[in-house]
Design a protein around this ligand. Structure first.
Ligand code: SF4
Length: 470
């Protein structure tokens, strides 16, 4: 998973595009903490600065000042790929000029595309989707009239889910996949036009949210204007949006609570999920707490639904990276202890209901319950703001393989016992969907119902969601 941001300044004298990009990806840091990068177009010369680490550690004032330009794209990346190859944006010099690309993608037929291109003489240096997309795009650009049609042809050859931001020598281009599984939004502040994975970045920059891109939309912004081309031109705009299938986990866990995606507020949907949970799985408790931070909004709804106080019980250390050695049970426990702290006086002698966004492997939940009980909680009831995660995600959002998912093989009671809770309740998928009031499109919920809306990769999704081909 990644956070994408792009900006083009159409003012006669462009101002501080690199800083806009910096604050853009800074606001999207929750979508990926492994690496980040910014590329700018300075009168046709492309410059990039990128490396492993968090956004604030990679860029300083001096670096940003060197990244002068009227247009730029930025990327913050999560996931398990390591090595500098995976760090974006990626820059290439094609026969039709400089291109920079950032993408958040899983190309399901990447193996076939790669093999076909190799048979045509292409050479690949990495296993990344960005290289496949650029390779297809460069070839298609030679036989099409413009970049937008080259991208359209590329989309017709790719199966999968993606959002893409591309910079050419005169344009900023955004692409949302035909399923609309990944979000991408358009924003504006004066002469600056922006593209972002989430609109929370526009708010941080004082920019206005214009709209979400439609599924299958290729939007192109240049000094000549803003234009769109669609993967399914024969459908009406309303139909394209209605047929979209955004990842339901955006609402459950991924997106920032102050964002809106496809017509629905993330915070409101989480709050409503909590209210619904209170109806479906009430419990006798003295205090409702959230598993920080993504469980908080649902916990508030759960507390209001039950008429029980909502309070703090756990604190999250925001400065914990992923640097822990976790090879032994003791080290894993220490990692959780470093990440979460219990407020002893708040939980002592109380019956606690803790609301979390989801339970994937259950390891962290188990440790948290232990900490709460070690600190005097009389009972700990666990409520989940999503249904049982039974199937792996082959679209790169939830990284667990099927064999790691307890809900696939265990009953709720067995999981409750495994994590040491006094009771356990999951929201139903129907109630989760109902909580997305006002959503313009459908959702992917394959990790709950096995309905893979964008199809399956060539490989078995139980064992792989990202494949090493060589
Ligand atoms: S399988 Fe689950 S996590 Fe993956 S895209 Fe679909 S809803 Fe999102």
């Amino acid at each position: 998973m990644s956070g994408l941001f792009g900006c083009i300044d159409r003012a006669e004298v462009p101002s501080e595009v690199a800083k806009t990009l910096y604050y853009g990806i800074f606001s999207l840091q929750h979508r990926g903490q492994e690496s980040a990068g910014i590329a700018v177009n300075h009168d046709g010369t492309f410059m990039v600065h990128k490396q492993a680490g968090m956004v604030a550690d990679i860029f300083d004032e001096v670096t940003l000042n060197t990244l002068e330009g009227r247009c730029g794209i930025a990327h913050t990346r999560g996931g398990e790929e390591t090595g500098s190859d995976a760090i974006q944006p990626v820059l290439i010099k094609s026969r039709v000029g400089n291109i920079a690309l950032s993408c958040d993608s899983v190309i399901l037929n990447s193996y076939d595309i790669r093999e076909n291109l190799k048979n045509l003489g292409a050479i690949f240096q990495t296993n990344t989707d960005s290289e496949i997309i650029l390779s297809l795009f460069s070839r298609n650009r030679i036989v099409t009239d413009d970049c937008e049609h080259a991208l359209l042809k590329t989309m017709q050859e790719m199966e999968g889910v993606y959002s893409i931001i591309m910079m050419t020598e005169d344009k900023l281009i955004g692409v949302r996949d035909p399923h609309g599984l990944r979000p991408l939004a358009l924003g504006r502040k004066d002469d600056k036009w922006m593209l972002s994975s989430e609109n929370c970045a526009f708010d941080a920059l004082g920019a206005e949210f214009v709209r979400d891109l439609e599924p299958g939309e290729i939007i192109s912004i240049s000094n000549d204007g803003v234009e769109s081309l669609f993967y399914e031109e024969n459908k009406t705009s309303e139909q394209r949006v209605k047929d979209g299938k955004v990842c339901i986990f955006e609402y459950v866990y991924v997106a920032r609570p102050d964002s809106f995606i496809d017509g629905t507020s993330i915070f409101d949907s989480r709050y409503k999920t909590g209210m619904a949970l209170a109806k479906e799985h009430p419990c006798d408790c003295d205090l409702v707490i959230g598993a920080p931070d993504s469980g908080n909004a649902a916990a508030l709804g759960f507390a209001d639904g039950l008429g029980v106080p909502f309070g703090m019980g756990l604190l999250k250390n925001r400065y914990v990276g992923r640097t822990f050695i976790k090879s032994t049970q003791e080290q894993r426990e220490l990692a959780v202890r470093m990440k979460f702290a219990v407020l002893k006086t708040a939980v002592k002698d109380k019956r606690i209901a803790i609301v979390d966004d989801s339970l994937v492997r259950g390891t962290t939940t188990k440790h948290i319950i232990r900490f709460l009980k070690d600190n005097g909680a009389k009972e700990v009831h666990v409520r989940l703001a999503s249904p049982q995660v039974k199937f792996p995600c082959c679209y790169g959002v939830n990284a667990s393989a099927g064999k790691d998912l307890p809900a696939k093989t265990m009953t709720d009671d067995q999981i409750c016992e495994m994590i040491g809770a006094d009771s356990l309740g999951y929201i139903s998928l129907d109630s989760l969907r109902e909580s997305l009031e006002g959503i313009h499109c459908g959702t992917c919920s394959a990790c709950f119902d096995n309905n893979y809306v964008a199809g399956l990769p060539t490989e078995d999704p139980e064992t792989v969601h990202k494949v090493t081909y060589n």
